[in-house]
Design a protein around this ligand. Structure first.
Ligand code: PEP
Length: 250
């Protein structure tokens, strides 16, 4: 009953020509029954958006500024994203939280702006290794889920909210969560969403797994009952590996 959503987070990779080539190849090979999206660097959103025209592949942004406009050097607003045809926006990615020291209240403001702007929000949550070792995984995930304004998300509907569970220790490390570890946290997230809203809402929200997902481990992760797609970093930089993951979600 949930359509899987597989999104590629290109991070600070590609140049204009390779971004357009990658988007063109993804658009040509995307499976029909899976929602597929790509999130290029800001500066290539326009060119990638043009390359995706006429395809079902959605255009995503890796980040956004919560402010509407003004003196915010280096930042881009939701209105600018709308102007470029952006469909989904990531908030709370671990690299924003940890490398750029983005605190929870800033993440929360961004998530609210994304929902208010009518985009699909892909809200990333996940624990660091020391937090997992200290049995704090579910507490960390719950606190990060609390960054989403329940009223705003509820008003926009379950289709506009996607949660990406990305254990920090699995991102870009080659070490993925096991199928069971992923399912355990995904089931917890769904039950937390049901407590916050209701079971019907929670049953319709897509929960992606992210963290070293690749063609070899995708099928096992994606066949877990509460895993509804993936947020893919490294493996999204090549069309064949990204499309193999998207096909594994079919
Ligand atoms: C990510 O950064 O969202 C991610 C999942 O990266 P990777 O697939 O490279 O671990």
């Amino acid at each position: 009953m949930r359509t899987s959503f597989v999104a590629g987070n290109w991070k600070m990779n590609t140049n204009k020509a390779s971004a357009v080539a990658l988007a063109t190849a993804v658009a040509a090979g995307a499976p029909a029954r899976v929602q597929v999206g790509v999130a290029p660097p800001f500066v290539y959103l326009d060119a990638v958006g043009q390359a995706l025209k006429g395809s079902t592949v959605r255009l995503g942004a890796q980040d956004v500024c919560a402010e509407k406009n003004g003196a915010y050097t280096g930042a881009c607003s939701c209105e600018m994203m709308a102007d470029l045809g952006v469909n989904f926006i990531l908030t709370g990615h671990s690299e924003r939280r940890h490398f750029f020291k983005e605190p929870g209240d800033v993440v929360a403001k961004k998530a609210a702006a994304v929902l208010a702007g009518g985009f699909t929000l892909v809200h990333c949550v996940g624990e660091k290794l020391e937090e997992r070792d200290a049995n704090k995984t579910l507490d960390v995930v719950q606190a990060q889920l609390n960054e989403i304004d329940p009223k705003l998300a509820g008003d926009k509907g379950p289709d506009k909210l996607v949660i990406a569970y990305e254990p920090v220790w699995a991102i870009g490390t080659g070490r993925n969560a096991t199928d069971q570890q992923a399912q355990e946290v995904h089931a917890f997230i769904r039950s937390a969403l049901a407590r916050r809203w209701n079971k019907d809402f929670a049953d319709r929200v897509r929960i992606q797994y992210g963290g070293s997902m690749k063609p070899e481990n995708a099928k096992g992760l994606l066949s877990q009952p509460d895993v509804d797609g993936g947020l893919i970093g490294g493996a999204a930089l090549k069309a064949d590996s990204f499309l193999a993951i998207a096909n594994a979600a079919d």
